[in-house]
Every structure is written in structure tokens, then in C-alpha cells.
Write a protein that binds this ligand. Structure first.
Ligand code: MG
Length: 419
């Protein structure tokens, strides 16, 4: 086992990347979600370089069959991967359908761990699971000492210190899939950690960038889900509207690059042409620009930071004309500040932040609360939970449950008062 260094940057800044023979053997967690489907698209475009050995989904097993059919057509060496379906009812249906035969793994969330642990050879685990449920498989992938292409930012928000320990002790590596962190990774290529002064995360500003505080009290769900630049799943789209997504990304950046919170800035950049920037100690500012296409960061992470060909639209600088930047409005978007404060408090505070947010977002999507209730719920949960140290996955899950219960009680109170 290797020791955890004093300045543990999860991202292998200045360290050599793991190297694997092609085809790279992939486990894709969350295969029917936005990240998972785009990962499968990349595999179909690169059948000689990539091979899927296990996939997981929550409940949409019919979608999974369609995806695997497409894969079979595109990949001459196709073999049915191991399949994890975590929703018990859906797994039962899938089992009775006979489509997956002996490749179907066990029941519940343990199947996610099986998908990581069972295949004989694994090189890359793509974690596209939504929410805190992504932490346990990230830890399992770290224990296998493989490359983790991490789209599940909650792994770091909920279990950052645990992930650091497992990654260093087992010689794994974490390459970010989140577009902002991928941009920073691209700027950091060939650099060392001591050269970095500051990280600058760009934010599109979401659909309410120009909406007044009074109007934001009464926005409806369709407005919340109408993101101006990126096409993503519902959870991250709501988080983008509240700027909680950016808050979670600040915490994610802190753990990935081992940069203190006071040296991580957020700048609103409508249009999202610049995906993020790194300022170096000599004042040099490097940025990565591109069209908002998640396939680029996914492919960059899976490949081990290679720029493989990727068809699609290209950014036309003359068409953009100019780049616009604004400071984030921390009063209209309190989630950003709540995330930063939770990050500074450390320990269980970021778990409480994330658990309360997941409950609040689910309640909004279910029509139980309104948009403006989200930060209120998170703030109340954060102030009611002390910040304690997190020594194990069990600790993290216990704090998560505690925060969710507190948030659910608040949701129940709000929805009763409103009806
Ligand atoms: Mg992002």
C-alpha cells in the first residue's frame, strides 16, 4: 500500500498516467443516463480502441437492450457485458425477459460494486451514476487501482477524503469528466501542482441569470429545466439553475486539484465557450474552449488524456465575436455560498449540503416545493447538523441519511403549508 502524500491532488498533476493496452476495457456505470449514452456513442466510434465489459442502469433495462444492440452492430468483437440493474423490480423484469441470461448481476446497489469488481480485466471505470449513490462504486474502482473517469461529482462532495485515501493507497487515478474540471485538466497537461496559483470555474449562469429575486420566487418547473447551453439530466439541470451545480463543482475542484477554497473562483460566462481556466504562479492564464459537447471531456478522460478525433460542430471564434464575463450574484443564488461554506467547514458538512440538495431537487421535480424553497431547505439542514469528521463509507452514509431525513421533514412541512 502506498502512503497518501502531504498535498494529495487526486488528479495526477505532474505524475505519469496509468497506461493500458488497447482495447481499453470499460465499466460504464449509469449506462442509460446522459453520460452513459454518450460514452457508449464514443465506444461505437472507436471499436478497436474501447471494449465494454460491464454496464449498469437503475431501471431502464429496455433502453439498455437498445444500447447494447447498437454496440453489437458497431463493434465486430462485441461480447455481452455484465449487466447491473439496481432497481429490484426492473431487475426482476429484466431477468424474466431472458435478454441478459447469466450476465445479469445481483440485486440492489451491491450490483454496482459487482460490476466494478467482477470482470477479469478492467482498465477504466466511467462513473455516470447520479447522486451520492456513486460514492461506493468510486471507492470500489479505486481499490481495483484503475482509471476512474469521474462524472459523479458527489463521490468527492460526499467522500472526498475517503476517495483520496483509496486512490493513493491502491495506485488508482481520477480523471474528471465534468466539463469544467476536464478543461482545467487540459490546461494542466504537463504542469506540476506547484505551478498552479488559482482555479477559475466558469458558470453559464443558468436560465435565471437575468431574473429578479422577486420573479424567482414564482418560476415554474419548465423554466427551471430550460438550460441555456447544456443538454443534461434533470438533477444537474436543476442544480445549474440554482448554481448549486457550480457550488458542488467548487468542492469537486478542491479535492481533485488540492487547491484551497480561497484560490477557487467562480465567474459567470454566458455562452459557456470557455469551459474553465487555470491561473499559474507567473500570472499566465490558460483556458480551454469548445462547443458544449460532453463527448469531448468523456473521451479525454477515458483515453487517458488523448485528443482522439471527434466529429461534431466546432467553435467559430468569429461567430462568437466576444467573450462576456460577470460576477456571480451570491444573493440571488445563495446555493453557491452555501456550498463554499460547507466546503470550508469540511467533514460531514458537504454531505449534509449534498443530501439536503438531492432531497430538495427531487421534491421540486415531484412538484412538492417551489424553486425558491431549495436554498432555504439546504440552509436549514446545514445549520441543524454539526460538522463532524468522516472516517469511513459507513460514516458518510449515516450522515447522508441524517441530512436527508432532516430535509424530508422540511419538504413535508412546506408542502403541507402550501396545500
Ligand atoms: Mg460541469
Amino acid at each position: 500500500m502506498n502512503p497518501v502524500p502531504e498535498s494529495p491532488s487526486l488528479y495526477p498533476c505532474g505524475r505519469p498516467l496509468l497506461s493500458f493496452p488497447e482495447p481499453l476495457k470499460l465499466v460504464i456505470l449509469g449506462a442509460t443516463g446522459s453520460i452513459g449514452k454518450q460514452t457508449l456513442e464514443i465506444v461505437r466510434a472507436n471499436p478497436e480502441r474501447l471494449q465494454v465489459v460491464a454496464v449498469s442502469c437503475r431501471g431502464r433495462w429496455q433502453d439498455l437492450i437498445q444500447e447494447l444492440d447498437l454496440l453489437k452492430t458497431a463493434c465486430p468483437a462485441f461480447a455481452l457485458p455484465l449487466v447491473a440493474i439496481t432497481d429490484p423490480l426492473a431487475r426482476k423484469e429484466a431477468h424474466h425477459s431472458g435478454n441478459f441470461g447469466s450476465r445479469l448481476l445481483g440485486e440492489g446497489s451491491a450490483a454496482l460494486l459487482e460490476a466494478v469488481e467482477t470482470p477479469e480485466d478492467v482498465h477504466v471505470v466511467v462513473n455516470g451514476v447520479v447522486g451520492a449513490a456513486g460514492l461506493a462504486p468510486t471507492l470500489a474502482a479505486a481499490r481495483r487501482g484503475v482509471r476512474i473517469a469521474l462524472a459523479n461529482k458527489e463521490s468527492l462532495v460526499v467522500g472526498g477524503d475517503l476517495v483520496i485515501r483509496e486512490v493513493f493507497e491502491n495506485g488508482a487515478e481520477v480523471l474528471p469528466v465534468d466539463s469544467e474540471h476536464s478543461a482545467m485538466a487540459q490546461c494542466l497537461s504537463g504542469r506540476t501542482q506547484s505551478e498552479v496559483h488559482k482555479l477559475i470555474l466558469t458558470a453559464s449562469g443558468g436560465p435565471f441569470r437575468q431574473t429578479s429575486a422577486a420573479e424567482m420566487e414564482n418560476v415554474n418547473l419548465a423554466q427551471v429545466l430550460n438550460h441555456p447551453t447544456w443538454n443534461m439530466g434533470p438533477k444537474v439541470t436543476v442544480d445549474s439553475a440554482t448554481l448549486m451545480n457550480k457550488g458542488l463543482e467548487v468542492i469537486e475542484a478542491h479535492y481533485l486539484f488540492c487547491v484551497p477554497y480561497e484560490r477557487i473562483d467562480v465567474v459567470v460566462h454566458p455562452g459557456s465557450y470557455i469551459h474553465s481556466l487555470v491561473e499559474f504562479v507567473d500570472g499566465a492564464l490558460l483556458a480551454q474552449l469548445g462547443t458544449p459537447d460532453m463527448k469531448l471531456p468523456i473521451q479525454y478522460a477515458i483515453s487517458g488524456e488523448k485528443h482522439w478525433p471527434l466529429p461534431g460542430s466546432r467553435l467559430d471564434l468569429l461567430e462568437i465575436g466576444q467573450l462576456v464575463f460577470e460576477p456571480p450574484d451570491r444573493e440571488r443564488f445563495p446555493c453557491l455560498e452555501l456550498a463554499r461554506l460547507a466546503g470550508l467547514a469540511g467533514g460531514s458538512a458537504t454531505i449534509a449540503l449534498n443530501g439536503a440538495n438531492e432531497v430538495a431537487v427531487a421534491a421540486l421535480l415531484a412538484g412538492k416545493i417551489k424553486y425558491a424553497d431549495i436554498p432555504r431547505i439546504i440552509e436549514e439542514v446545514l445549520s441543524s447538523q454539526p460538522s463532524l469528521s468522516v472516517a469511513s463509507l459507513q460514516d458518510a452514509l449515516a450522515f447522508d441519511t441524517q441530512a436527508r431525513r432532516a430535509a424530508e421533514a422540511l419538504v413535508a412541512r412546506i408542502s403541507t403549508t402550501a396545500s
